[in-house]
Design a protein around this ligand. Structure first.
Ligand SMILES: *Cc1c(COP(=O)(O)O)cnc(C)c1O
Length: 420
């Protein structure tokens, strides 16, 4: 027998709406089968093709495909020679990877609070957090909305006299010297395809990382990529080569190069990392990229339906499309006015009982055990806490039919109304 729920006083058939679901079509499946049959399954021609196509898509000279955004962010820091004794400013309101990638490099994370009623970092607090030790700031494009990099660049330029570039002649030192101010990194895990003032994510910050994890807009199952803006005096080929070395054990020849006749010998130039993308992943990515404009369009349609019900109820929500800011529409964050954490949890359960899975993005990092153990306390981040306290993220993905969206909207309205 089909289960039913009472919504708006009517008995309706209960749906089970998953919070996320990867959008994989036969195109991706067939491409993966091709790779598996081809005899070349690790990093190879498909990975290189995906890099070229993503660079074109982001309007940058180079993209490096890797196995996660976390690895991409870490390599972005390492390429720039950031390490122990350096400080990296990170918003308290984000996923752990934004901060942990900095910690992996040995740098000290300095958290800053959010703006009031906004999940973007408080840019005045960012300015205050910059010291002579600050090497980088990471902004997060939460939900796919591009952060205010104009403001961030203004701040780091105004603090230029504090910046101490790494000394020496290695690549990282040369990058720091060429940029000559605190470096601006984008955690673009959510924002592939988003733009602001006509510029794509990837060509805005100095360095950007993307995530292709299964729950993200664009997926290769696991995966990620790095890109950067051209830096005067720094050779992109040299940078690209260094990313390859970092991602493949510091081995001077990759597997593809070693397939040439008689070319067996390689050197190890550093005891580095292993985070390359495989051609199986790239195969999924290539066909996702063909379909990506349609995926973004569908997300936009769903968002407009959610905006309508939230505006009608007086529930605040992320503004994905405004003026020159075009989001990738990754997450739909709503905030129920006036409710406490406890009530928010109750609403989440009621939605789940109707078969609507929701989520919370994010519980601020200073509330997590690992960061508490490093001495961070949530009381120091009142805006981040307030933003989190009444937040509910609605399902937003391209496996949702119009009927599913209708069902979510009606049940959300029905349940939330009682708390307003
Ligand atoms: C998913 C996510 C990451 C990490 O992505 P991976 O590809 O899993 O490493 C980083 N930052 C944010 C904001 C994310 O949502």
């Amino acid at each position: 027998m089909l289960e039913t729920v009472i919504c708006g006083g009517n008995e309706i058939i209960k749906k089970n709406i998953p919070f996320g679901s990867p959008d994989i079509s036969d195109l991706e499946i067939n491409e993966v089968v091709e790779v598996l049959k081809s005899g070349w399954i690790t990093t190879g021609s498909r990975t290189k093709e995906l890099e070229r196509r993503l660079a074109k898509f982001c309007n940058t000279s180079k993209v490096v495909c890797l196995n996660s955004a976390t690895a991409a962010e870490e390599l972005n820091f390492r390429i720039c020679g950031i390490g122990p004794d350096d400080e990296i400013v990170v918003p308290a309101y984000t996923y752990t990877a934004t901060a942990s990638a900095a910690i992996h490099c040995g740098a000290k994370v300095v958290f800053v609070d959010s703006q009031k009623d906004n999940c973007e970092m408080d840019y005045d607090k960012l300015a205050e957090a910059i010291t002579e030790k600050t090497k980088a700031v990471v902004a997060v494009d939460i939900g796919g909305i591009v952060a205010d990099y104009d403001r961030i660049f203004e701040i780091v330029v105004s603090k230029k006299q504090l910046f101490r570039a790494k000394e020496g002649n290695d690549l990282g030192a040369r990058i720091q010297q060429a940029i000559g101010r605190v470096l601006v990194f984008a955690d673009g895990a959510h924002s592939l395809g988003a733009s602001r003032n006509g510029k794509m994510v990837g060509e805005i910050a100095d360095f950007t990382d993307f995530s292709f994890h299964a729950v993200k807009n664009f997926t290769t199952a696991e995966g990620g990529a790095s890109t950067w803006r051209d830096i005067t005096g720094i050779d992109n080929e040299e940078m690209y080569k260094q990313y390859q070395l970092y991602s493949l054990h510091g081995q001077s020849k990759d597997a593809l190069a070693k397939t040439q006749i008689g070319v067996w010998e390689y050197d190890i130039v550093g005891p580095w990392y292993k985070c390359n993308m495989t051609d199986i992943m790239a195969a999924i990515g290539l066909r996702q990229l063909d379909r990506y404009p349609g995926i973004l369009e569908r997300r936009k349609e769903i968002i407009s339906k959610y905006d309508k019900v939230c505006d009608e109820l007086g529930v605040s929500h992320l503004i994905h499309f405004s003026g020159e800011s075009i989001s990738s529409g990754h997450l739909y964050l709503t905030r129920i006015p006036g409710v406490t954490d406890e009530t928010r949890r109750e609403i989440i359960i009621k939605l789940a009982e109707r078969g609507v899975s929701t989520n919370v993005h994010y519980k601020p990092l200073p509330m997590m055990t690992a960061y508490k153990e490093m001495g961070w306390r949530i009381d120091e981040f009142p805006n981040a806490y307030a933003y989190y306290e009444n937040l509910i993220t609605l399902p937003l993905h391209t496996k949702l039919s119009d009927e599913d969206i209708q069902y979510i909207v009606e049940n959300f309205r029905d349940i939330v109304k009682a708390y307003l």
